[in-house]
Unconditional design. Sequence first.
Length: 284
Amino acid sequence: MNESESYDYKAKTVEEAVEEGMRQLGISRDEIKIEVVDEGSRGILGIGASDAHVRLTRRVENVSSEAQPQDGDEVSEGSEVVAETVLKETADSSSYGAPGEVSELVPDDSAEQSPEKTPPLSDAEEDDDDSELEDLAFDLLSQMLVHLGIEAEIEVSWQDNPEDSDRALRLNVVGEDLGVLIGRNGETLASMQYLIRLMVNQELHRWKNIVVDIDGYKQRRAEQLSQLAHRLAEQVVASGRPASLEPMPASERRLVHIALRNHEHVYTSSTGEDTRRKVQILLK
């Protein structure tokens, strides 16, 4: 197929670079061959980001809209590359949404879910599956820490989910001066966990339950919130007036709900919007 001169374009994502090229050239996607020179990178937590780079070549002869691409056809190859890249970038961009809203032990909707009716694994297959998950998650978190300039060790273990029979892979980062990885109300930690889950899910093409912790912060925080919730519940029972906790991320609000869900005299409810959302404790 004869092709004309090529033109290079850069933008934050491959799709944006392609759209900009088509706009400047005044042509449609069917009239060009797309070569992805560099997919670009969003970096990790904003570090190491780079623009995507594409090369657009205008076709002299357009492909008929009714023709079906054959194996090895340049149209099929280019389209598959772009589609795969755009899908990957779409998943990457979702990690900058609301990481604090990711539940501690339930899958996030934006991460790829496990296929329905998946047959159960044998013991040997389950061991191999666990080992693959451990290695992948460990490597990804290690790379993230390197990019952030953090020197620390990662403890790998498995923890039971109190909600159901599912287990969670726990990655506990241990070291000195790691408060920067926790952030205000655990927001930075929530972002790290969200990214690790997303990258693992994209690699394995199935949802896996992963918990990232910093020096046991989450366990200590869960105990503190449970004690606070019960103390406020006693005050509500004694005074007959509702009490409210400070605004907190969804994962921490969930811990309060769990702490008091079987309480005999009180119940909990979330109120407010966005970052001001908080838990109320009310008399039954």
